[in-house]
Design a protein around this ligand. Structure first.
Ligand code: GLC
Ligand code: CA
Length: 553
């Protein structure tokens, strides 16, 4: 690499860059395809760095790009220190990193430590080795029950459906909390621990700024016999007593990782994907652990003022407790896009709705987008970091009617077609209004891009001041200008459906969850999620105001 980039020159001065960063999640296979093979790739992302800079994000989080058979969209990793040849090369990874850093954007990569893929060299060695061998100790093998080991060691079920144990033909079974192609690693094994330290060092040395840790709550397990039953696992036994999830020992692993991260300048960051109750989350976010943890509360909440207020209060308190900043997420690659969630009646069973191809009930698209923009603007005004998912800046809806023969999610295959799974939020992005893949690539796309996605194309939104893309750009630019210390002061609300708060410097955010306009507090409007007329906050909208004299009141 030649001269130091803008970022490389200044980054050492700001070890806290992550605390209030806007992080944009790229799902590499669906972002931009540079060579027309239907699969998004690293050069495709590099080509869009100017777009990301124009959007105004602080960091990019790349979902897995490692060699993988794609049994679970890349979360089945064959080799943690390489790039899938369909996605690029290590050299192209370095080019992407340099282009992002040159544009002042940091890079976070996804680490999948709970399981490898079944094609990982360790797992192939385990299958080629007898029960009791060293190679099997890196995974979780157990003898089957019954006279010949023909029954699984326990009745546990996997996240994607079906049993969590798979027989290997010699009386032993291995554990997979996810797909059978994702055998769980044994984190009590020292070689496993060393191997991941080597992987983290490999990417940190390559200039990666941070890590997103997949299924961070499940690495430590207690498989002392007798094994609990599935019913026991489903009982409410959080707080260190669950044999598979959120065990206290898991933090020993992250303390060791933290020591490695802190050897870098600035220290490498990490964010835990930990599906644990809120009061257990701060352990993952502690400064001697990963440092930050996802909070999926807004993503799980309906369109409701009281729910939002409660979630914000609770998570800001938790952040203070852990010393981390809070995180805010409305969409990611695992859930129905928020423009669609808000278009459906509150309480809709989303899995059942997807099974019906999204026909019943019909989403109210305009309402969904209106609310999604309002929720985003609210989230962007909060102290802490905001995680955006590719395409939400275009207002993309979920593609609920993908035909069965294109679905890739193991949830679909393992549920015998009963559940459609997550492909509907992973459809390639529309860059242009025309062409077979709307500018994603050439003729092919690994998931079909619906023709009506042309309405959402970047090309067309870029020149429209009222578009969702223009709105995101304005919001991110203003946020960058206004963001100061991590504090928030609630403002008295004229109505229970109005949520209003102020940040230091007179920056005020008001969200009207109601269906008729609400009075607007003093100040000049700087961004709004919907057109403003007079001194009213439109229905289902958020407005940011700047108090002219922040200290007068
Ligand atoms: C995480 C990922 C999800 C994946 C699972 C198994 O929840 O976000 O996409 O299927 O882990 O790795
Ligand atoms: Ca490609």
């Amino acid at each position: 690499m030649t001269a130091l980039s803008e970022l490389e020159k200044t980054s050492a001065q700001d070890p806290a860059w992550w605390r209030q960063a806007v992080v944009y999640q790229v799902y590499p296979r669906s972002f931009a395809d540079s060579n027309g093979d239907g699969i998004g790739d690293l050069p495709g992302i590099t080509g869009k760095v100017p777009y990301l800079r124009g959007l105004g994000v602080d960091a990019v989080w790349l979902s897995p790009f490692y060699p993988s058979a794609l049994a679970d969209g890349g979360y089945d990793v064959d080799d943690y220190r390489d790039v899938d040849p369909r996605i690029g090369t290590l050299e192209q990874f370095d080019e992407l990193r340099a282009a992002l850093h040159g544009a002042g954007i940091r890079l976070i990569v996804d680490i999948v430590p709970n399981h490898t893929s079944n094609r990982h060299v360790w797992f192939r060695e385990a299958l080629d080795s007898p029960p009791g061998s060293r190679a099997r100790e890196r995974y979780i093998f157990r003898p089957g029950r019954g006279e010949h080991g023909e029954l699984p060691p326990s009745d546990w079920t996997s996240t994607f459906g079906g049993p969590a144990w798979e027989p290997v033909g010699d009386g032993e079974w291995y554990l997979h909390l996810f797909a059978p192609e994702q055998p769980d690693l044994n984190w009590a094994d020292d070689e496993v621990r060393q191997e991941f330290l080597t992987t983290l060092k490999f990417w940190a040395d390559r200039g990666v700024d941070g890590f997103r840790i997949d299924v961070a709550h499940a690495l430590a397990k207690d498989l002392t016999e007798p094994l609990a039953s599935q019913a026991d696992l489903e009982a409410d036994i959080w707080g260190g007593a669950h044999p598979l999830e959120d065990r206290d020992e898991v933090h020993d692993i992250y303390r060791e990782w933290r020591r490695l991260f802190n050897r870098y300048d600035p220290p490498r960051t990490a964010v835990a994907e930990a599906w644990v109750p809120a009061h257990r989350r701060s352990r993952y976010a502690s400064p001697d652990g990963l440092g930050q943890a996802f909070n999926f509360d807004l993503l799980e909440a309906g369109w409701d003022a009281a729910a939002f207020t409660g979630i914000i209060d609770k998570n800001l308190a938790l952040a203070r407790e852990s010393g981390a900043s809070s995180t805010w997420v409305l969409s990611n690659h695992d859930v129905v896009r928020h423009a669609t969630r808000y278009a459906l009646p509150d309480g809709t069973d989303l899995a059942a709705w997807l099974t019906g191809d999204g026909a019943d009930p019909r989403p109210d698209e305009a309402r969904g987008l209106r609310r999604a923009r309002a929720a985003t603007l609210l989230a962007l005004a909060l102290p802490g970091s905001a995680y955006l998912y590719q395409g939400e800046e275009l207002g993309l809806p979920e593609v609920a009617d993908l035909p069965a023969d294109v679905l890739q999610d193991p949830t679909f295959l393992r549920s015998g077609g009963e559940q459609k799974g997550r492909d509907g939020c992973r459809v390639p992005l529309p860059w242009t209004s025309h062409g077979p893949t709307l500018g994603f690539g050439d003729q092919l796309a690994h998931l079909p891009v619906p023709a009506d996605f042309g309405r959402f194309a970047v090309e067309h939104q870029e020149t429209d001041d009222e578009s969702t893309l223009s709105f995101y750009r304005r919001a991110l630019a203003e946020r960058r200008r206004l963001q100061t210390e991590e504090s928030l002061e609630w403002l008295a609300s004229p109505h229970p459906t109005v949520v209003a708060f102020r940040r230091p410097g007179g920056w005020t955010s008001v969200t009207n969850f109601g269906s008729s306009p609400a009075p607007m507090p003093a100040g000049s409007v700087i961004v709004s999620s919907a057109p403003v007329e007079g001194r009213e906050v439109p229905a289902e909208a958020t407005v940011w105001l700047l108090q002219d004299h922040p200290h007068d009141d």
